[in-house]
Write a protein that binds this ligand. Structure first.
Ligand SMILES: [Mn+2]
Length: 358
């Protein structure tokens, strides 16, 4: 059963009311939900409490994110070294469950600068390190997107009327986080979408999506280099140092900053018949670590997050989409993961009920 969030919501409202300096930190990877949630929170704080707040992002922001309506006027990209955290008596982290999604991998350096009682989290992901760090201040519920939590628990009860700009932010994050109503759909999702459309949101404009030619070419490369593991039901794209060189040659040395894998993740991973699990393993440029991104079907038998954790990854995200990192070299990480999947999916082996939900 989901916990009753109301006491925490009340506490955050009183905190906003008494705060002098409010900082909202949007999660990375930056997506429509982290942007819409930050902007809606800032709007709510201004409308209800007549207070200003800052929105910072401590990460690389792609051009596609910078074109989000309202970005330029309200959101700043910063280096955390340039921020006087002690200046803020309220810091809100949104749309992420891991501290590194907000404060970079050097989060241990910045966290002591913020008093725990001044740090809040609003999120729709699975439980994670933030919930462990500030359990009393974590407002977390599974829903389509974080911006909907802000609407349901803050905006709606306040009686504030949404304007078209805010409704558009909310609709863009809802349609984006659900893959245009393909996953993370709950019993009230369509009623909520209808409410936003009734305010005048243009559905087609909000979901408009086209793929740059370069990304399409990258997608072809990625599909061609994907390996199919039949027994494990997985497709795996491994990007090791050799692939990195190929990619740099073909797409330029800044290929990694262009989010070129986005379309491959959307149309390929978990979409191949009999391969409900899609993963990308990527070797770090110079840190020797291995990063993973996964997608799986909502009807898939196994949950990947606990399996990846078992083989040594720090993994976070949703049941059907997430990412992680390990110190293991890439070939070892892939081999260990495949072995684990094969054991779990082999009917002759003892299946571990921890991993199955069907
Ligand atoms: Mn989200």
């Amino acid at each position: 059963m989901e916990e009753n969030l109301q006491p925490k919501v009340d506490a955050l409202n009183s905190k906003i009311e008494s705060a002098n300096n409010i900082l909202i930190i949007a999660s990375t990877p930056v997506d429509h939900d982290s942007l819409a949630t930050a902007l809606t929170l800032k709007w709510y704080i201004k409308e209800k409490y007549n207070k200003e707040s800052n929105i910072y992002i401590f990460a690389n922001v792609l051009d596609s994110a910078k074109s989000f309506p309202g970005f330029e006027d309200n959101i700043q990209q910063k280096h955390p070294d340039k921020v006087d955290f002690s200046n803020y008596d309220l810091v809100i982290l949104e749309d992420g469950n891991a501290l590194r999604q907000f404060f970079t991998s050097k989060y241990e350096q910045y966290l002591p600068l913020i008093k725990k009682e001044n740090l809040y989290s609003i999120d729709h992901h699975e439980a994670g390190p933030i919930g462990e760090y500030i359990p009393e201040n974590t407002i977390r519920i599974k829903d389509s997107c974080t911006s909907k939590i802000v609407y349901d628990y803050f905006v709606k009860p306040s009686g504030l009327k949404l304007n078209l700009e805010v409704a558009t932010w909310l609709y863009m994050s809802l349609s984006s986080d659900t893959g245009i109503f393909n996953f993370e759909v709950y019993k009230d999702t369509f009623a909520y979408a209808q409410m936003l459309l009734d305010l005048g949101v243009d559905h087609y404009k909000a979901v408009e999506f086209s793929v740059p030619k370069e990304m399409m070419n990258f997608t072809v490369w990625a599909i061609e280099h994907t390996v199919y593991y039949e027994v494990a039901g997985c497709t795996i794209l491994s990007i090791d140092q050799h692939s990195r060189e190929q990619l740099t040659e073909r797409f330029g040395k800044d290929w990694e900053n262009k989010d070129l894998l986005k379309y491959y993740q959307k149309i390929f991973m978990h979409m191949v018949e009999d391969y409900p699990y899609g993963l990308i393993f990527k070797e770090g440029k110079d840190d020797g670590k291995t990063r993973v991104v996964w997608r799986c079907s909502a009807l898939s038998k196994l949950e990947l997050m606990p399996i990846l954790r078992k083989v040594g990854f720090v993994a976070n995200g949703h049941r059907n989409a997430g990412g992680g990192i390990t110190d293991k070299p890439i070939s070892q990480a892939v081999a260990d993961f495949i072995k684990e999947m094969e054991v779990l999916l082999n009917p002759n082996s003892e299946s571990n009920s921890l991993y199955t939900n069907l």
